[in-house]
Design a protein around this ligand. Structure first.
Ligand code: AMP
Length: 112
């Protein structure tokens, strides 16, 4: 499968890893939009939020269990934002489910 994030997880493309466990891989966004901008992805390929179902939601839960650990290690003590873009209207550019964790400053109040 020709998937950028699958290649990053496999180590075929370099990334700045910040966290990894059996289910989850997290790395710095190459074009950060905040002082801290981390992408968290499931190791199994799920294309997007629209493909989350009863079969794979346990993996997604692992992502949300990892987020507080990552936020803590990144020093996001005053809060942060978690975003996933889905499909064309959501402007998803990489078709492997990922959650952006943004923080390190007061973020914009607008989201759309
Ligand atoms: P999205 O637009 O929600 O699909 O987000 C994809 C994100 O992946 C963007 O914020 C990109 O900057 C980021 N990105 C693309 N290629 C890489 C890469 N090789 N390493 C790290 N982040 C990347």
């Amino acid at each position: 499968m020709d998937c950028l994030f699958c290649k990053i997880i496999a180590g075929e493309i370099p990334s700045a890893k910040v966290y990894e466990n059996e289910w989850v891989y997290a790395f710095r966004d190459i074009q950060p939009q905040a002082p801290v901008h981390v992408l968290i992805v499931p190791k199994v390929h799920i294309c997007c939020a629209d493909a989350i179902n009863a079969e794979n939601s346990a993996t997604v839960a692992k992502i949300f269990e990892a987020i507080p650990e990552i936020a803590k290690s990144e020093g996001l003590t005053n809060g942060y934002r978690v975003i996933t873009n889905c499909g064309e209207d959501g402007c998803q550019s990489v078709k492997h489910l990922h959650f952006h964790v943004l923080g390190g400053k007061k973020l914009s109040e607008t989201m759309a």
